[in-house]
Design a protein around this ligand. Structure first.
Ligand code: SF4
Length: 466
């Protein structure tokens, strides 16, 4: 167990008034050692708060009384989300993207977690193979939801095969427990061609209706394959396979609508791009329950760009890459942009021509939007993901290295707009920062309304920038 360590103190906050400083270790809060930021938040919510603080260079910890008004936030950020040990994953999925990372990236990216707390805090998906009675008890008592569960298949044998873990055959029993306890749970099926697609996918969607109809949503997403995959069985979808997934999801949406009164299942945007089909209507996404997982993001982006007066879902990115470095103390689901330099969030009054930077999938969405925009001096820079290779086309997995290479060949007298999804805590996945790029770039929230505002020179209206 490691104590939470203060990484920043908000000005004029109770923590600042009590003299807490960056680097202080908070050994206990009202006599209790928090296991994670969920405990931390609950304990620091108390109106009366005493903290045992250990400061570097001081021989003994000291008890600090925090003077705070009822409901006033404590005002510190801490170094991690979990202070005991993150529950690591004991599966060995052939499609796991972590196995497909090249060597030499920052260490935190190689951590395979399967921890319900990170599911609650950041929307990471958990397979529940390491889940325990105690975990269930805490979730039900503290009402920790929504949670995000990897389903992949409702056939026990196939699920165990996909997770390469016999416990995969039985761990969905915990999903039943959570649903019976009234916890909001969203599911995901990662489809691997030749493994759980075709008939197996139909069986899974039938299994969801039969066994887990209380699920709030199920996202059907394609596996990502990088050039570093060693799994011969894993390959990208063909166009026909992607079209089959789109059709299967549409068919099951009508079955679910008839039986449950809601669509429940949604296919990832990538499938519509792969199958060359139009994105579904805004209405059919049922309030975008898995927007951050790339389901409906394209539709919401188009809506935000073409109808900037309407406020859609924001560009917050959940999941593994969002959670590895720090625990946002502003709230469990604090938007990533709260940590972005605010001066970068204000559209500039600038009449230089503009280039929008994006990945190969983003380019297919942006090209027609920019063609219809009244400005004629806006171009698109579609950046191939040479770093990961394979079928990786989303902007969120672009690295600084690829970005730098693309920018070096571009003129200097333009504005370059970069979607914030490419950055986490100011860094690209390969650890490079904006300062490492050969051109100055402006970071724009990853939603259509914000890009439109950046082009039009109007204030951002996105949920994130609000
Ligand atoms: S459960 Fe997730 S983290 Fe674990 S091996 Fe499978 S894909 Fe990787």
């Amino acid at each position: 167990m490691s104590a939470p360590t203060v990484t920043s103190v908000a000005e004029a906050s109770p923590a600042a008034r009590a003299g807490l400083a960056v680097g202080d270790e908070l050994l206990s809060l009202n006599g209790q050692e928090p296991r994670d930021v969920i405990d931390f938040q609950q304990l620091t919510d108390a109106d009366e708060l005493s903290v045992m603080v250990k400061r570097a260079g001081q021989p003994l910890p000291r008890l600090v009384r925090i003077d705070k008004a009822p409901g006033e936030p404590f005002g510190v950020e801490v170094s991690s989300a979990v202070f005991d040990r993150i529950q690591t994953c004991d599966n060995h999925c052939a499609f796991c993207f972590i196995y497909q990372l090249p060597k030499g990236m920052r260490r935190s990216l190689y951590l395979k977690d399967d921890d319900y707390r990170l599911s609650f805090l950041y929307g990471n998906f958990t397979t529940l193979t390491r889940f325990t009675e105690l975990d269930a008890e805490r979730i039900l008592t503290e009402r920790l939801g929504p949670l995000f569960v990897s389903i992949h298949s409702t056939d026990p044998e196939l699920r165990a095969h996909m997770l390469r873990n016999p416990k995969g055959a039985t761990s969905l029993r915990w999903l039943r427990v959570l649903l019976e306890g009234g916890i909001e749970v969203h599911g995901q099926v990662v489809v691997c061609p030749g493994v759980n697609d075709g008939r197996a996918l139909e069986d899974t969607l039938a299994g969801v209706l039969d066994q887990y109809p209380e699920l709030s949503s199920v996202g059907v997403v394609p596996l990502g394959i990088s050039q570093f995959s060693n799994e011969a069985e894993m390959r990208a979808h063909t166009t026909a396979e992607a079209a089959f997934v789109v059709d299967t999801v549409a068919e099951w949406q009508s079955i679910y609508t008839k039986t449950l009164g809601r669509r429940l299942v949604h296919a990832a945007d990538e499938y519509y791009l792969l199958a060359d089909r139009p994105f579904p209507s805004t209405r059919s996404y049922d309030d975008f329950p898995q927007h951050e997982n790339g389901i409906g993001m394209a539709r919401a982006f188009v809506d935000g760009f073409t109808k900037p007066e309407k406020k859609g879902p924001g560009g917050v990115r959940h999941g593994f890459f969002a959670s590895v470095d720090a625990a946002p103390a502003e709230g469990y689901r604090a938007p990533r942009l709260a940590r972005t330099d605010p001066s970068r969030m204000v559209p500039r009054l600038d009449d230089r021509p503009v280039t929008v930077l994006t990945g190969t999938y983003g380019a297919r969405i942006l090209r027609p939007l920019l063609a219809d925009h009244p400005r004629r001096d806006v171009s698109l820079c579609e950046i191939a993901n040479d770093y990961f290779g394979g079928n990786i086309g989303v902007a969120g997995l672009l690295t600084g290295e690829d970005m730098a290479r693309a920018l070096a060949a571009r003129p200097t007298d333009r504005r370059y707009l970069l979607p914030d999804a490419c950055l986490n805590e100011g860094r690209f996945l390969d650890g490079l920062t904006l300062a490492d790029l050969p051109r100055s770039v402006e970071v724009v929230p990853t939603d259509g309304g914000s890009l439109r505002a950046a082009l039009d020179g109007t204030p951002f209206r996105s949920a994130d920038a609000a």
